[in-house]
Design a protein around this ligand. Structure first.
Ligand code: PEP
Length: 262
């Protein structure tokens, strides 16, 4: 983490889990375990139908809520799609794009990720842009090449002032939902590479202002080591964000001044 130049962000990705009625009890339990002072931006990225419940439950708290996807279109005859202005209208401040599950199961391309990021920025929403290699790519030594390509494609045509508003999440596909976490060294190496790609595309000031998160089986046990890395500015958390105690523990991991009571 580097709080001097950029935001620390812990974002939960609930994926297709929980019901609207479960949001309030979750938020109440989580609030009771949060650090006393705000140590990071905490976001709950919930399924679309849960957004109104999240907005209500989170009111007057230090939490924000987000979505998990957005349409490439802004309006029109696109049955089933949800546009960025609609999310903004609901008070959404963050939205995940390019998650590997959407790339794999919904044929989301790098060009679509780029369009979605631009649509979100135009609507005043922070895109959380996911990138990451497969196990096959890692084993073939292609991690850096592939992640560099994904970052460049996702940010193509986005101005420096807007890139500073984006969040990049490095999520190695082999670590998502598998319980197999990247080591702190592996995660830092790629997050540092992502920052250097941004530096090459823009400049050092821009690169140091972008928050880069790690995601992939981050949990209450391994979060401290990952969050201690200089280029890891937080986490995108799947499974562990569904349990208030585990999610709170990760949030507390960003509260350097407040020792976690074990
Ligand atoms: C994710 O889906 O973004 C994720 C990081 O999941 P998990 O933490 O369960 O690996």
């Amino acid at each position: 983490m580097n709080r001097k130049y950029r935001k620390t962000v812990i974002a939960g990705n609930w994926k297709m889990n929980k019901l609207a009625s479960e949001v309030k009890p979750f938020v109440e339990e989580l609030r009771g375990m949060m650090p006393k002072t705000k140590s990071c931006e905490t976001v709950l990225c919930v399924p679309y139908p849960l957004i109104p419940a999240a907005s209500k439950a989170i009111r007057d708290s230090r939490l924000a809520y987000g979505a998990q996807d957005v349409s490439v279109h802004d309006s029109g005859a696109y049955t089933g799609e949800v546009a960025a202005p609609m999310l903004a209208d609901l008070g959404v401040k963050y939205c995940i794009v390019g998650h590997s599950e959407r790339r794999e199961y919904h044929a989301e391309t790098d060009a679509m990720v780029n369009t979605k990021a631009k649509n979100l920025l135009a609507a005043g929403i922070t895109p959380i842009i996911c990138v990451g290699e497969s196990l096959d790519q890692r084993e073939k030594g292609l991690t850096m090449e592939y992640v560099d390509y994904q970052v460049k494609a996702a940010l193509a045509g986005i101005e420096a002032k807007d890139v500073k508003k984006c969040i990049i999440a490095y999520e190695p596909i082999w670590a998502i939902g598998t319980g197999r976490t990247a080591t702190a060294e592996q995660a830092e190496e790629v997050c540092c590479e992502i920052r250097s790609v941004i530096r090459g595309m823009y400049d050092a000031r821009t690169a140091r202002a972008v928050s880069i998160l790690y995601g992939g089986s981050m949990n209450a046990k391994n979060c401290d080591e990952l969050l201690a890395q200089p280029d890891i500015d937080g986490g995108l958390i799947g499974g562990a964000s569904l349990k208030p105690q585990d999610f709170a523990r990760i949030i507390c991991g960003t509260a350097l001044e407040e020792p976690w009571i074990r």
